[in-house]
Ligand binder design. Structure first.
Ligand code: SAM
Ligand code: SF4
Length: 325
């Protein structure tokens, strides 16, 4: 699938649930009134059908996300299905998780042939983790991460940079990832959804982390492409690779290859735009007609997101748990 700016779209981020067992305060409010009614969440069959159509249209890579994808009750069955599509053109299946359920699922994920897993972790302090996630248990998450490592999954730790929260943990996290041979990415917080807190008060540019890391460990840019928005660097002292995602300070939309589908079947061609189409409304058509309609939607993918650091986002009717990161 090609859009009108000539970008090839071959990467789907599929949110299989908007529910989550944590409440990271930059992601969604504790009492999230925008959760979809349970009756709207895609059935396993509809999830399978939409995925299959998108793969036939040229999607090569799928990231399963959420909410917390591993709390969906039939997640094992869906992962089994999606991994079976690897014989039909799908090249890569990836998962983004908060790690709480990995003790239970890491082996299953590895046995299915999924190689890479992104795990979100914003603090290595139990107290701060509990505060940020509204009750999360750091030990449980760390045990999940080590279980993933034990099962030979290629772990990448994603950390959202948060002013007055984790800036003094950046070096500790770099060292911990290097010691465990985990890849690592630092991400700027994005103004998706209106929260009580001011996004601009939370915002920390990736350049802040880069400077800190450079001072302590040395840091040089490297030429490494991952089909995503990260810019990669290598530390001199630890020799580990660190990615930085800077949606606000360094726009990367011109190379965007992705689309998102939410757990109730809404297709968002761009995370930072309100334009969307509910695929459930077209599921009554046959696969050819649905494919044609999806191609048209993708062709009109917006040129770029409209995020800004000053809280003047117009994305007010959803949080990140809807579309996944
Ligand atoms: N629950 C899973 C997890 O936390 O990994 C998957 C869904 S979560 C929405 C995916 C990613 O989005 C996480 O790495 C999270 O830190 C990130 N995220 C959530 N809200 C964000 C925001 N406002 N700006 C930037 N990243 C955000
Ligand atoms: Fe849940 Fe992930 Fe959002 Fe945290 S970032 S509240 S773990 S969906």
């Amino acid at each position: 699938m090609i859009d009108k700016f000539g970008r090839k779209v071959n990467y789907l981020r599929l949110s299989v649930t908007d529910r989550c067992d944590l409440r990271c305060n930059y992601c969604m409010p504790k009492k999230n009134t925008l959760l979809y009614p349970k009756s709207e969440i895609l059935s396993l069959n509809d999830l399978k059908r939409i995925t299959k159509i998108l793969i036939n249209l040229g999607i090569k890579k799928i990231r399963i996300t959420g909410g917390e994808p591993l709390i969906r009750k039939d997640i094992s069955e869906f992962l089994e299905y999606i991994c079976s599509l690897k014989q039909k053109g799908l090249e890569e299946v990836l998962i983004t998780t908060n790690g709480t359920q990995l003790k239970k699922y890491a082996k299953k994920i590895s046995d299915l042939g999924i190689k890479k897993i992104n795990i979100s972790l914003d603090s290595l302090s139990s107290k701060k983790f509990k505060f940020l996630t509204n009750g999360g248990n750091l030990t449980e998450v760390l045990n999940g991460i080590y279980e993933a490592k034990k099962n030979k999954l290629d772990v990448k730790i994603n950390t959202v940079l948060l002013k007055d929260f984790n800036e003094n943990e950046i070096l500790k996290m770099v060292k911990w990832c290097a010691d465990n041979n985990f890849k690592q990415t630092f991400i700027e917080v994005m103004p998706v959804g209106k929260l009580d807190l001011q996004r601009s008060n939370q915002f920390l540019p990736v350049s802040f982390a880069q400077e800190k890391i450079k001072e302590e460990f040395g840091l040089d840019p490297i030429f490494f492409k991952s089909n995503g928005p990260s810019r990669y660097f290598k530390t001199n002292k630890l020799s580990n690779i660190i990615g930085f995602i800077s949606p606000l300070t360094d726009n990367f939309c011109s190379t965007c290859n992705r689309i998102r589908v939410t757990s109730n079947g809404v297709l968002y061609p761009c995370l930072g735009d309100n334009g969307s189409t509910n695929l459930v409304n077209i599921l009554k058509f046959d696969d050819n007609e649905i494919s044609q309609k999806i191609k048209n939607i993708i062709f009109n993918k917006p040129e770029k997101h409209l995020f800004s650091v000053d809280d003047k986002t117009y994305i007010n009717n959803r949080y990140m748990n809807t579309t996944g990161g």
